[in-house]
Design a binder for this molecule. Structure first.
Ligand SMILES: [Zn+2]
Length: 125
């Protein structure tokens, strides 16, 4: 999946990928989101907290893009809140870890370790 996306975009950068697929990334005040990020696939819009560090921003947008590419076809799930739990969340997390690893040319294991170490609330399995 990620290699297919790379072939189309020529980049592993989340902003480049969003641009290529006409997805708008909107940074919003933390009080407006109960989680780090959210995507409404039908509106092709990712909402992300404006107070995230660059690394957490990248991971969060990658996670929401994971929902778009992996779950965007589930019409009864038009809106995803990133609860970072459950089957769909695990799939989006795995997608995000793989994408970030490719972008920074580091092993996925190292990405997961860094994220869990720096942002323990993510509780990535
Ligand atoms: Zn999610």
């Amino acid at each position: 999946m990620i290699e297919k996306i790379y072939d189309m975009v020529g980049s592993y950068d989340v902003c480049d990928i969003a641009n290529r697929f006409g997805i708008t990334i909107t940074e919003v005040h933390p009080s407006l989101l109960s989680e780090l990020g959210m995507i409404i696939p039908k509106l092709r819009t990712v909402y992300v907290r404006e107070d995230l560090s660059p690394n957490l921003f990248e991971y969060t947008v990658a996670h929401e893009l994971g929902h778009f590419f992996l779950h965007g076809h589930l019409v009864n799930n038009e809106l995803y809140f990133s609860g970072f739990k459950g089957k769909l969340e695990k799939e989006a997390n795995d997608f995000a870890i793989a994408l970030v690893a490719k972008h920074h040319s580091i092993p996925e294991k190292q990405v997961k370790f860094y994220l869990n170490d720096t942002f323990p609330f993510l509780k990535l399995a």
